[in-house]
Design a protein around this ligand. Structure first.
Ligand code: PLP
Length: 455
């Protein structure tokens, strides 16, 4: 008889899992989660876990929020679907656009709705191309992203993503997408180099890339304020001001991917504020609805809006949109989510717990397996190394990061192990100080077990 449960066997026989080693999954089977409350989720055997990754960096208000449930139910009863095509509209869509425009970190003019972060960034690329065609600059089309950046998985968004697993054997990246250096101080800074000097070197490298390609061919640069899936990488001081100077010199647009950092994660409403970024356009998703329903948005400035107006006048329509762009139920949930963030001062909440998060993160940085513990607000990561002094990584085949995540699950904590034996932490923003302590206690036990396992 199979040791796997009936549900697990049915899963293996039917579900093609995203971001999973499909071969080993046949033996290990799934973790089947059944319910959640606050920062906790429970599997089908009733075991409790702290959701230390807020799902996929998204369940900011945690689980079981009745106000969000009610917002969805009442909108479903009132108008379960309506779209925004051909000039149709609905009040949750209008209200959400107004709210986003009021708080966005750019000079916001209009909001385009999507269903995911990938769709947001795909839309960004299409808007940049449309914009430059409208301006009569048909050659200015290349988009620069960064190595280790993460922007999604659709054909164009996966091309922006700078991680090998998203390109290999998918025949990506597509043409006109380039990557510049990852500003990772722990791995990238040279001996004796200051953070500011490192930032200057990163900006000079971007400048060289643009010069080499020809500024007339480069349209936009995209960045997450703090890289998430690439390893929770916090850029060096002065990085964005130096990058922005290069972009301005070459008339290159700055796209801010706030899909993880948006809505309080770094202790500011948007990551751009924490990092001193001055973007032209912004992508949001995930915490926009606290992941109760799929919704995202692209927030553009007025020059881009005017160009799309001109182009659509010429062509006869703005030929872009998803059936579920601004789905009224998702929009109603997002409106309620933003109301809760404001009413409950989510930014203040993050700033009140983040000192405890930082203190515990710093302490776990002393663990023998940890090369660096880094974090900001309520996002953090441990980079695990074989030798702390030389930063020598473990043999990637050993799977030390994955082992820590597996031990953490046994200890009742869900984490994410990423390439380079980096283990991320990104709990729901509503976590309390005592829950932060409990999360790190569980992580500490997992690390100790991994240390014994490494030998
Ligand atoms: N951008 C960033 C910064 C992300 O972290 C993600 C997903 O993790 C995406 C875009 C893609 O979002 P989605 O998975 O909703 O398509």
């Amino acid at each position: 008889m199979s040791p796997l449960s009936n549900l697990a066997v049915r899963d293996i026989e039917t579900v093609l899992h995203p971001y999973t080693n499909l071969a080993t999954h046949r033996d290990t089977g799934p973790m089947v989660l059944e319910r959640g409350q606050g920062i906790y989720v429970y599997d089908s055997s009733g075991k409790e876990y702290i959701e230390g990754m807020a799902g996929l960096w998204c369940t900011a208000l945690g689980y079981g929020n009745e106000e969000l449930v009610e917002a969805a139910a009442s909108q479903m009863r009132r108008l379960s679907f309506s779209h925004l095509f051909a000039g149709k509209s609905h009040d949750p869509g209008i209200e959400l656009a107004e709210k986003l425009k009021a708080i966005a970190p750019n000079e916001a003019s209009k909001v385009f709705f999507v269903n995911s972060g990938s769709e947001a960034n795909d839309t960004q690329i299409k808007l940049v191309w449309y914009y430059n065609n409208a301006l009569g600059r048909p050659n200015k089309k290349k988009i620069i992203a960064r190595t280790r950046g993460y922007h999604g998985v659709t054909v164009a968004a996966a091309s922006l993503t700078g991680l090998p697993a998203n390109h290999t054997d998918f025949d990506l990246p597509i043409a006109n997408i380039l990557h510049t250096d990852c500003p990772h101080p722990y791995r990238g800074m040279e001996a004796g180099e200051s953070e500011e000097d490192f930032a200057s070197r990163m900006a000079a490298s971007l400048d060289e890339l643009i010069q080499r390609e020809g500024p007339d061919t480069v349209a936009a640069f995209i960045a997450e304020p703090v890289m998430g899936a690439g390893g929770v990488i916090i850029p060096p001081k002065t990085y964005y001001e130096k990058i922005k100077a290069v972009l301005d010199k070459h008339d290159v647009l700055f796209i801010d991917d706030e899909v993880i950092c948006g809505f309080g994660r770094l202790g500011t409403m948007f990551g751009a504020e924490a990092m001193g970024m001055k973007p032209h356009t912004v992508s949001v998703a995930k915490a926009l609805s606290s992941a109760y329903l799929p919704i995202g948005a692209v927030i553009i400035d007025d020059p881009m809006y005017q160009a799309t107006v001109d182009e659509s006048r010429k062509i006869g329509t703005f030929g872009h949109g998803y059936t579920y762009s601004g789905h009224p139920v998702a929009a109603a949930v997002a409106v309620k989510t933003l109301e809760i963030y404001e009413r409950d001062d989510i930014v203040g909440q993050v700033n009140s717990v983040s000192p405890t998060f930082k203190k515990r993160l710093d302490a776990i940085g002393e663990h023998p397996l940890t090369g660096q513990a880094r974090g900001l607000g309520l996002i953090g990561a441990l980079e695990l190394v074989a030798d702390k002094a030389t930063k020598r990584p473990f043999d990637s085949k050993k799977g030390v990061g994955a082992r820590v995540a597996a031990f953490a699950e046994e200890e009742g904590l869900i984490l994410r192990a990423m390439a380079g034996d980096i283990v991320a932490l990104c709990p729901p923003l509503v976590i309390s100080e005592s829950e932060v302590d409990e999360m790190f206690d569980r992580l500490g036990r997992a690390l100790d077990r991994a240390e014994a396992w490494v030998g």
